[in-house]
Ligand binder design. Sequence first.
Ligand code: MOS
Length: 748
Amino acid sequence: MPETVSFAHQRHGSSIGQPITRRDGPDKVTGAARYTADVRPEGLLHAVMAVSTIAKGRVAHLDVAAAEGHPGVVAVMTPKNAPTLAKSPDEKDNPFAFRLDLLQGDHVRYAGQPIAVVIAETLEAATEGAALLAPRYVSETPVIALGEGDLLTPPAVGAGSPTSEGTGDLEDGLAVADSRLTATYETAAQYHNALEPHSSVAEWDGDRLTLYTPSQALWIAKARLAGFFGIPPENIRVICHYLGGGFGSKGFLSPPQILGVMASKLVGRPVKLVTRREQMFGPVGHRAPTRQTLTLGATRDGALTAFGHHTLTQTSSYDDFYEACGLIARHLYASPAISTTHEGTRADIGTPIFMRAPGEAPGSVAVESALDELALELDLDPLELRLKNYAEVEPITGRPFSSKALRECYAQGAERFGWAKRPKAPRQLRDADGLLIGWGMGTATYPAGMMQGEARATIHADGTALIETSAQDMGQGSWTVLAQIGADGLGLPAERVTLRIGDTDLPNGGLAGGSTGTATGGMAVHNAASSAIAGLAGLATNDPASPLYGAGNAGVTARDGRLVRNDDPTRSESFGEILARAGRSSIEAKGQGAGEPASRKAYAMHAHGAVYAEVKVDPDLGQIRVTRLVGAFAAGRVINPRLVRSQYYGGMIWGVSLALHEHAVHDLRSGRIMNANLAEYHVPVNADIPSVEAILVEEHDPHVNPLGIKGVGEIGITGTAGAIANAVWHATGVRVREIPITLDKLLG
Ligand code: MOS
C-alpha cells in the first residue's frame, strides 16, 4: 500500500502528498466511463478506413461501385468526393503541424496510409464495403531501411532541440584517455499501440462541429480543425473525458481522427471512425529506429575525458521528425569534451512522432550500455563509474541544476536491490534451476518542463468548490491530482472539490505531454484557486462585520473551508459565511500556468533516477526473463505517491518492452510491417513483469515552478532498458548491441 509521503517540504494537512485512489477508478472499473468509441449519438453511422498495401506510388483504381452496391453502405469517401479543406494538410505553419494524409490526392507515401473511407449503417457493412474497394496501384520501389538514401542533417531534433551540441574537443579528449571505446547500438522501430486506438465521433450542425476524440491537447486539436474546415475555433467543441493511453501519439490529431470529421461532413450525419489495430501501424506515428555510435574516453581511474554520441535516425519522405537520442548526453555525465550530433535518412514510411520519453528512451539504452562496456574495460563497478562522472553542474552550459538528488537515487536503489553483492565478472550467478542471473543498472533522466495552461476555480456558498480546465487524463491521473492541487490552493479537503476536465468548453488546459501536464495544469489550477481565495479574503477583510476585518489578504489563510487570521487563529469565518454576508452564492477566478519560468535560463532542470535490474537467462535456450526491477526516482514534489509510483511502474515496464520486446519488422521490398498485430508485435504481459519497485526519493526544487513539480510520466523508461541490457551481459557475458535483445541474438 502506498503510504503518504512525508517529505520535509510537503504542507501539513494538505491534500498534496496524499495517496488518494484514482477518482475516475470506479467509473472505469464499472464501465461507466465513456471513451470516444462508447459515444453513440442518434443517427450514428460507422466509418472504416481502407489503407494502402503499397508504400510508394499511387492508387490507380478503387471499385467504388462495388462498395456503394453493398446494402448497408451509405457513402464511399475518396479523393474524388472528400470535402474540400480550407487549408492543405501538407501546409506546415508550425513544426508540430505534422503533414497528414487526408484523401487530398491519389499518391501513396507509406504502407498503411488511408486511401478511402467507407461509411455505412453498421460497422460490419462499413468493414465489408472497405474490403470491396479492391484497390489497384501503380507501385514504385520504396526506400525503407534506416541509413538508405542521402544522409541529411536535421534542422532540429525532437521538440525543436538543437541538432548538435557539445563542449571541448572530442579528439583531444580521446588523445588523453587511457581507455577508449567506440560502439554502435541499434534500436528498433516501435509503433504506437495504446489500448484505445485513435478514434472519433463527429457530429456537424451547420458549420458547428462537436467532436469526441482522444487527445492529449484538446485546444490544439480545436485550432487545427478550425484551419482545415475554415470555421472559427469557437464553432468547434472537442470532448475527451478519458483516453485509453496517449504516449505522444495523441498529442496532435492524426489522419484517422480527422477523416472521421470529414466523413461526417460528407454524409451530414454523425459518424464514428475507429482505427483497427493493424491500422495503428502507419498513420498514427511511431518511434523511429536508431543507430547510435558512442565514442568514449576515460582515464585509468574512470574519469571521462571524451563523450561522443552520434545518432542516425529516420524520418518520412514528406515530413520531419527526428528522434533526439543525443539530448541525454548533454547533461547527464561530466566530461571536458562532449559531442552530440544527429543525422537522418528519409524513407517511405509514416512520419515518426513523439513516443514516451522520445529521444531519451533509445538514447539512454545506448548511453547506459556504453558506460557499462567502459566500466568493464576499466575494471570498475558500473555504479562507481557513474558516480565518478557525476555532473555537479550541467556539463555543456555550466549551469547549476535546479535540484538533483541523483546521488540519493543511486544509493537508495542500490541498497534496496542489494547491488553491493554484485560480482564484477559476468556468468557468476545461477539460481537453483541453473539459470544464469545477471545484475545491471542504469541512470534515469528526463527534463522537467512546463507549458501554458489556464484554469478556473469557483467557490460555492455551501463550502464546496469547482475546478475547471480542459486538461486531459490519458491514464496518468489528472482527474485525481488536479483536484488535490486545487484543494490545496483552496484550503479544502479534496472530497469537497469537483473537477471538470476534458472539454474545450473549459479553459485551455494546455498539452498533456513531455511530462509537463501536472506542472502546467497544476500551476493553472493552484493559481486559480489562490485567486478565488484572494477574492474571498477581499470580501471579508474589508468588511467591518467580519472577524477577519483589517487582517489584509496576506493576513489570512484558507484552511478546511474557513479563512483563518494568521495573527489570531481563533478568529475565522467559513467560506459560506463570507459569501452570504456579501450577498453572493459563489466567487470565481481564473489562473494561469505560466509556461517556462524565467529561472530556466539560470538552471538546468531535470528529474533523475537510478534503475537496477535482475534478469535470468536460460543458458541453453537464451530465453530472458526480467525477475526484479528497482527504480529510485527524484522528481521534485510528489502530488500523489500512489499515482506517481504507478507512472514509474508504467515507464519501467515500457523499459522492459524497449529492451526485450518491441520491434516493428518491415518487409524491405513491400514496405509493409510484417507484424502489424499484437500477437506478433510483442509487448510485455503480466508474466514478463514479476516484480517492480519504485522508490520515491525526496527532492525539493524551489526553481522549476512554485509547486516544485517536475513530472514523472516518461523518466521510468530511461535507465531501465539500459539496466536490463547490462544485466543480460552480466548474466551471459554476451554484449548485444541490437535492441531489443532477443534470444536469437544471444545464441548467435
Ligand atoms: Mo509524451 S511522448 O510527450 O506524450
